[in-house]
Structures are given as C-alpha cells and as structure tokens.
Design a protein around this ligand. Structure first.
Ligand code: PMP
Length: 396
C-alpha cells in the first residue's frame, strides 16, 4: 500500500494494475514445475532469437541517438507495406510507432477520455485495456460477448439505460483477449454506424489479427470503411514477433498525428531506436510472413490439443470457446460455485497457472471462468496442464 500521507494524486486510486503482468514475476519466483497457461506471449523457443540478435549487432549510424517521435521513417514504410498486404492503403501520416500496443492504448485514452467519460468495454475484456481507460478516469460500460464477439445489437439499449453517450468503444475484434472470439462482419458494420451516431471513437485493439490459423478472415474496420476518422487502430509486433522488443504502432486519422506526437513527447520522446531498427530489418528482409506461417501451424495444433484435453478431462462440466486464431481460449465451468480466483493458489501448488475470469471484468464478473493460453506449451504439456487443472477442480 502506498503511504497515503504522501501528496498522492486522486488518479492513483484508479491505478488498478494488471494481474496478468504480475503473474510474470509471480511465476518466475516459483521453483517447481508449472504448466504455464497464464501469460499470453510467444514462447522463447518460438521467437526468431538468433536472427534478431544478428540484426541487432549490425552497426548503423545514429543507432543509439534519439529518433523522431513519430517513429523511424524506414519502419513506418515497412509498416505501411505490411498493412498494404492486408488490404489497407494509407500514408505515413497515419502511422505513429509506439512502445508496444500498451502505449497505443494509453495514447488513445489520453486523446479521447476525460474523467467521467463512458467507455464501452467488452465483458470479458483485456485487463490492461480496461486499466488504461480507468487510469484516465473512464467509467466503463461492460457489454456482453458471444461467439461472434461483442453483442453490438444490445449496445443501444445498454447506452440508453446508462443515460450517457459513450466517448469510446474499446474492442478487440480478432481472437479476442481473453475469450478468443472474433467479431462478425455484420457487427463491425453495425458498430461503425453506432460510433457515427454517438460521435464516439472505436479503439480497435488488434494484436492477434495476423494469427489466424483456420477459417476465412473478416475485413478490419478500416477495410470496411477506409479513411473513417473514428477508427483508432492499435497494433503491435509483440504477438507476431517478440513482446520484449516493445514495438507497436497506431494507425489513425492523419489529423491526429500532431496530438499523438505531442502526447508521446511527454511520455518517452521516442520509442527505442535500436529495437525499431531490428524490426525494420526483420520486415525489410521479408522474414515476418515465413515466421508467422511457421508458428501458426504449431498454434493450430496446440489449440486442438487444448480443446481435446478439456473434452477428455472435463466433458460436459466445462465449456470452452473454439478460436480460429490467436493465443487464448476461455473456459466456463458448468457448476456455478466454482471460484477460479479462490482456486488459483491450489492450481499453482498443483503445477498449473491460468488467469482467473474476474481479472477480465470491469465489474468483477466471471468467477466461474478462466483464460488459458494454448500458444506457449507443447501438446503433451497441454494435456498434462489440463489434467492438473482437473485435479484442482476435484479437490475443491
Ligand atoms: N492489447 C491486447 C488485446 C493484448 O492482448 C496485449 C498483450 N497481451 C496488448 C494490447 C499489449 O501489447 P504490447 O505487449 O504490444 O504492449
């Protein structure tokens, strides 16, 4: 607890932190064997470490100087090419390089959220996205999800009940964190209509869109409505390459660029130049797509292994989502007295780690649910981890 005799700002009471991020150090301090379904990151063995090391060793003039706040021009060019390959046209003024997607979310809230503003969030949603909105004094309005993503149809009624027009809608359209579900095209179109009606911005947080391993892809908000200034897209190399690089980007209306630059100058001046260079060279060398193709096959196999293990050990007593990509699936236990927060310590002792459902709720819901990351463990380890999870549930 912070010493409250210090002159702390009122906003410190809205700094809720992230159970997900804390789980990294919690797990690092554990000595025994744990199957790690908690953190959502590519595992070390699936990152192109040697190649990145080689690229990092390259001597480039100015490599260790300050860079442009908006990002290294060569990296912005590569990002535009990457987006063009996904059907998005755009100019350099749309792109601002950020220190991970987290900074993109922070910038979005800094630009659009005043204390007391309503922000629609998905229930469940990504803990840190909700935490960022709260840190700017947002009042989250939690909206339901189903297998086709955010249930956009109910938003007008939810908004009417709340009596407040939302300023922003925070959505993770592809392979949502934590549920793994994907927003349908119809709902994307409908959300664009509602954003226009409310004068709101859509904070389109999409770290997993490139990680589709089955099914047909669904056009992004910007493909559906190119140039719509209400679409503020947050992207990252954390899941498709490596999270420790801390390189992401914002793709937003060019009119916002000066504000984004001013806001970022007050945060970190510029994103780390040496790591921007590594990512630039990785992209320019044509290494990204082959890398993604290689890991996608493994993620697909691992998702199937996790679904099969859940079926084997839990049968009808648990329901799991069936994502077409990304890292996560969401498990809900049939017996409503299951409390995944209360069971977490037993699970650690039993040798399996997950993130309890309430971590993903603005209102503390989803005690009977949890998030599992299938991407980081081999099929054998997944089977072992789910067997351990079953033992935890039996012991309760
Ligand atoms: N948004 C979502 C939905 C995420 O899952 C994550 C990473 N867990 C982030 C943003 C943050 O990404 P980064 O590591 O690039 O800051």
């Amino acid at each position: 607890m912070a010493d409250r005799t210090l002159p702390l700002a009122a906003r410190t009471s809205d700094l809720i932190g992230s159970i997900i991020d804390s789980s990294t150090s919690l797990l690092a301090s554990q000595q025994h064997d744990i199957v790690r379904f908690a953190m959502g990151a590519p595992s070390d063995d699936l990152m192109p470490v040697e190649l990145m090391d080689r690229l990092a060793a390259r001597t480039v003039p100015d490599k260790y100087s300050y860079g442009a706040t908006e990002g290294e021009p060569d990296l912005i060019d590569e990002i535009l090419k990457l987006q063009a390959a996904q059907g998005l046209s755009g100019t350099a003024e749309r792109i601002t390089v950020t220190t991970g997607a987290m900074q993109g979310l922070d910038l979005a809230c800094k630009l659009f959220v005043d204390p007391g503003d309503t922000v629609i969030v998905e229930g469940p949603t990504y803990t840190n996205g909700n935490a960022t909105a709260l840190s700017y004094g947002a009042v989250p309005l939690e909206a339901p999800l189903d297998e086709n993503g955010l249930v956009v149809e109910v938003l007008p009624e939810l908004v009417a009940q709340s009596g407040r027009i939302p300023k922003a809608i925070y959505t993770i359209p592809n392979f949502q964190n934590p549920s793994g579900v994907t927003l349908s095209r119809r709902r994307r179109e409908h959300l664009l209509e509602l954003a226009a009606e409310w004068g709101a911005v859509i904070i389109d947080d999409d770290p997993y869109g490139m990680l589709r391993f089955e099914g047909a892809s669904i056009p992004s908000f910007s493909e559906i409505d190119p140039g719509n200034p209400r679409i503020f897209s947050v992207r990252t190399f954390s899941k498709i390459l490596a999270p420790g690089l801390r390189i992401g980007w914002v793709d937003a209306d060019p009119s916002l660029r000066p504000l984004l630059v001013n806001a970022k100058q007050a945060m970190d001046t510029c994103t780390s130049v040496p790591t921007q260079r590594v990512v630039t060279d990785f992209l320019a060398g044509g290494h990204l797509q082959p890398h993604v193709d290689r890991v996608l096959g493994l993620y697909h196999e691992r998702k199937n292994a996790m679904r099969a293990a859940l079926e084997r050990y839990f049968g009808d007593t648990a329901r799991a989502t069936d994502p077409d990509g990304g890292f996560f699936l969401w498990v809900t236990f049939a017996e409503s007295d299951v409390d995944t927060e209360a069971l977490f310590q037993t699970a650690l002792a039993e040798g399996v780690a997950y993130i309890p459902g309430p971590a993903f709720s603005a209102t503390g819901r989803f005690q009977d649910s949890l998030r599992l990351c299938f991407a980081t463990s081999t099929p054998e380890r997944i089977d072992e981890g789910v067997a351990r999870l079953k033992r935890v549930l039996v012991q309760r």
